[in-house]
Write a protein that binds this ligand. Structure first.
Ligand SMILES: Cc1cc2nc3c(=O)[nH]c(=O)nc-3n(C[C@H](O)[C@H](O)[C@H](O)COP(=O)(O)OP(=O)(O)OC[C@H]3O[C@@H](n4cnc5c(N)ncnc54)[C@H](O)[C@@H]3O)c2cc1C
Length: 304
C-alpha cells in the first residue's frame, strides 16, 4: 500500500454528517482543504482501487447502515469559501448554499435567492441540479472546476447534461469550485425576496427535524396527472406512516423524518411501503431523489 495521505481517518461515522442522521461509518474519511490536497487524495484512492464518496451537507444523502467501503471526503477550508469577483460569486464546492445566497444579497448580487432554502453545498447543488421556487441553477452557473484522480478541468453548464435533479457527474468526479454569474440589485430588495422565500418555506415544510428533504422525485408520467410525489403519497395514505424510527412527515408526505432512533433500513422499508402504496393506488412508480452512499439491501417489495 502507498503512503497514506495526511489527515485520513479510518472508520469515521458518517451519520452526523447527514441531515437525517442514519447510517454507518466510512472506511476512510478526509476533509481536504485545498485543491492540491483533494487531488492527492483522489490519486491515492485511485491507486488503491477505492470507491469515492463525496459528502456535501448530507442533505439529500442516505448512508447504508453498514457504512461506505472506500474513501469519503468532505470539502473544507479553501474548498468551502464564498468570495465575490465583480458580479461573479465564487464558491468552493463545500460552501453552504444558504450562506452563499445571504452573502450575495449583502453584496447586492441577485440570482441566487432560490438557494436560501436549499440546505446543501454549492457542489451538492450542482450535482443534484437543485432548484426551488422557479430559480434555475443552470441559469446562473457560469462554470465548475471538477477534480478527478487525473487532475482538474473546468466545465460549463452545457457540459453537465442537467436534467430534473440530475447532472452527468460521476462518482469519481468532485466539484471543487463553482462560479455563479449574478446581477447587481439593491441589497434590501434581495433580502426582502429571501425573507419571502423563507416564509413560504416555513408554511410548506416541517422545520427542526432530521430529514433529507424530498424522498422521491416528482413523477413525469400521465398517470400521475400532474400530482407531485408528496400529493400522491398523501392520497395513498402515507402521511404520518411509521416504520421503526422513521415516518413520513405529517406536514409534507414526501419528507421522511428520523424520529430519533431510525436506521437506514427503517427508512428504506418506509420508502418501499410508500412506493408500493402509490403504485397500487395510481399505477405510478416513484423513483428516489435521495442519493444512497454505500451498499444497501432494498427491501423485498421494492421492485414493483
Ligand atoms: C429541509 C430540506 C429542504 C430541501 N429543499 C430542497 C429544495 O427546495 N430543492 C432542492 O433541489 N433540494 C432540496 N433539498 C435537498 C438537498 O438540499 C439538495 O439536493 C442539495 O443540493 C444537496 O446538497 P448537499 O451538499 O447536501 O449534497 P449531499 O446530500 O451531501 O449529496 C448529494 C449528492 O451530491 C454529491 N455531492 C455532494 N457534494 C459534491 C461535490 N462537491 N462534488 C460532487 N458531488 C457532490 C454526493 O456525493 C451525493 O451524490 C432539501 C433538503 C432538505 C433536508
Amino acid at each position: 500500500m502507498k503512503a497514506v495521505p495526511e489527515g485520513l481517518q479510518r472508520d469515521f461515522p458518517l451519520a452526523r454528517l447527514t441531515t437525517v442522521r442514519t447510517g454507518g461509518p466510512a472506511e476512510w474519511f478526509a476533509r481536504p482543504s485545498s485543491e492540491q490536497a483533494l487531488t492527492e487524495l483522489l490519486a491515492w484512492a485511485g491507486e488503491e482501487g477505492l470507491a469515492l464518496g463525496v459528502v456535501g451537507s448530507g442533505s439529500n444523502l442516505l448512508v447504508a447502515d453498514a457504512g461506505f467501503r472506500g474513501l469519503a471526503i468532505k470539502l473544507d477550508g479553501d474548498l468551502a469559501t464564498i468570495e465575490r469577483e465583480g458580479e461573479m460569486l465564487l464558491c468552493g464546492g463545500g460552501a453552504r448554499l444558504p450562506s452563499a445566497s445571504a452573502k450575495a444579497a449583502g453584496w447586492g448580487l441577485a440570482g441566487l435567492e432560490f438557494g436560501v432554502n436549499i440546505p446543501g453545498t454549492a457542489g451538492g447543488a450542482v450535482k443534484m441540479n437543485a432548484n426551488a421556487y422557479g430559480g434555475q441553477l443552470a441559469e446562473v452557473l457560469e462554470w465548475v472546476d471538477v477534480c478527478t484522480a487525473a487532475g482538474s478541468d473546468r466545465r460549463v453548464p452545457g457540459d453537465l447534461e442537467f436534467a430534473y435533479r440530475s447532472s452527468n457527474l460521476g462518482p469519481g468526479e468532485v466539484i471543487a469550485r463553482t462560479s455563479f454569474k449574478l446581477t447587481a440589485d439593491d441589497p434590501a430588495a434581495i433580502r426582502a425576496r429571501l425573507e419571502a422565500m423563507r416564509g413560504k418555506r416555513r408554511e410548506a415544510q416541517p422545520s427542526g427535524i432530521k430529514t433529507f428533504g424530498s424522498t422521491f422525485k416528482n413523477p413525469d408520467e400521465e398517470r400521475a396527472a400532474g400530482r407531485s410525489a408528496g400529493q400522491l403519497l398523501e392520497a395513498a395514505g402515507c402521511r404520518g406512516l411509521r416504520q421503526g424510527g422513521a415516518r413520513f412527515s405529517e406536514k409534507h408526505a414526501n419528507f421522511v423524518e428520523n424520529e430519533g432512533a431510525a436506521t437506514t433500513a427503517d427508512v428504506l422499508e418506509l420508502m418501499a411501503e410508500g412506493r408500493r402504496r402509490v403504485h397500487e393506488r395510481f399505477g405510478v412508480v416513484l423513483e428516489p431523489e435521495v442519493q444512497v452512499l454505500g451498499d444497501v439491501r432494498w427491501p423485498e417489495g421494492w421492485a414493483l
